[in-house]
Write a protein that binds this ligand. Sequence first.
Ligand code: NDP
Length: 442
Amino acid sequence: EVDWFSLASILFLLMFAPLIVYYFIMSCDQYQCSLIDPLVDLLTGRKHLSDIWDKTPTLTYRAAGIYALWVTFQVVLYVFIPDFCHKFLPGYVGGVQEGAVTPAGVVNKYQINGLQAWIITHMLWFANAYYFHFFSPTIIFDNWIPLLWCANILGYAVSTFAMIKSYYFPTNAKDCKFTGNFFYDYMMGIEFNPRIGKWFDFKLFFNGRPGIVAWTLINLSYAAKQQELYGQVTNSMILVNVLQGIYVLDFFWNEAWYLKTIDICHDHFGWYLGWGDCVWLPYLYTLQGLYLVYHPVQLGTANAIGILMLGLIGYYIFRMTNHQKDLFRRTNGNCKIWRKKPEYIECSYMSVDGTKYYSKLLTSGFWGWARHFNYTGDLMGSLAYCLTCEFEHILPYFYIIYMTILLTHRCIRDEHRCFSKYGKDWKRYTAAVPYRLIPGVF
Ligand code: NDP
C-alpha cells in the first residue's frame, strides 16, 4: 500500500537527498563544516548559489579513473575470488551460504567473501602507504567532491538499471512487487533479489561493497590528511577510526548473518538501497572523520575513555542482541540465552501460495528487555562517534540524528510488517515485551 505520507517522503528524498549530501560536503569544503554560514551568506545576499557552485570542484578524469578502478576491483574480489577465510579462521562463516526463504519460496545461495575482500583491500592500502607509495593515502580526501559525482552516477545508473531489469528480465518474476506507483517502485525497488549470472547479487554487493569496504579506507584517508596538515593524528580521529573500524569488521565477520537482516530478507532493490549504498552511506556515515580534518580535536583523557566505553558498550549490546536472535533462530530454540533455556512465543503465518509456516519470537535475553534492543546498542555506538567531535558544530551530529530517525522508522516499519505476517501472535508478543527501544520509556 502506498499512503500519501510514504509518497510525500519518497518524493522529498528523491528530490533532496542528493542535495543534502552535497550541502554537507560543500559546507566542509567551503565553510569549515559550518551548516549555518552558507545559509547566512545566501540569505543576506553576500553570496549567490552560483558563487558556491562555481567554487565546487567538478568531475575530473582522475576521479572517474579512481572510482572506476575501485568499483571494478571490488566486483573482481566479489565475483572471482571464492572465500578462503572460513578455511582457517575459527568461528567465521563464509563461502557459499543460503539466504532466507523469499515470499515466492525461493532460497538463494550467496558467496560470502566480504571479510576477504576487506582484508585484501586494506592490505593493499597499507602496502601502498608504507612501501610502494604509488598514490598518497590522502587520495580519497583530496578527490572527495569529484568522487561524489562518480558515486552519484553509479547510484542512479544502478537504480535505473534495476528498475528496467525488473520489467524486462527479472531474476525471479514471482518475487517482484509492483505497486503501480512509479516513484514508489523506483525508490523502494521492484525486484527482490536482482542478480546477474549465478553469483552477482545486487543487494549483497551494493550493501557491503563498495560502500562499507570504503568506509574504513575513507577514515584512514582522513587520518592521513590530519597527519599531513598538522603533523599528528588526534586521539579523536583515532577513536573514530577504531570504533567505526570495529563496526565495519563486525559487519564483514557476520556477513552470513546479514543475509537474515531486513535489508536482505525484506527490502526490494531500488534507489533506496542502490543510491543509498553508493552515495549516502560513504559520504554521510564518515562525516566525523571529515569534520576532524577541518577541526582537529584532542580530547582530554577522561572524555576519550568515556567515549570509548560508550562505543564499546553500545557495540556489545548491538552484537549480543543480534547474536541471541541468530542463535535462537538457527537452533530453533535449542540453545541457552544467559545460561537459561530461552522463552519464546510460538507463531504461524501464510506465504503467498497459501502454505502455512511456523516461527518463534524470542522473549528472553535482551529480546525480553525491548523489541529492538539491537537498535539501542547501535544508537549508543553512533552517539560515541559523534561525541569525539565535541560540541562546536552540529554537522558531526548528523549521524546520530539520522540513525535515530532511520532506526525508529525501521522499527515501526518492521513491526507493521510483522503484525501483517503474524497477526494475533504478534499482539501476544508485544504484550509480553511492551517496549520498542528503551525499557520503560519507548
Ligand atoms: P532485526 O535484526 O531486529 O530483524 C528484525 C526481524 O527479526 C523481524 O522482521 C522478524 O523477522 C525478526 N524478529 C523480530 N523480533 C524477533 C524476536 N523477538 N525473536 C526472533 N525474531 C524476531 O533488524 P534489522 O535487520 O533491521 O537490523 C539488524 C542489525 O543491523 C541491527 O542491529 C541494526 O541496528 C543494524 N542496522 C544498521 C544500519 C546502519 O545503517 N548502520 C541500518 C539498518 C540496520 P521474521 O519475519 O523472521 O520473524
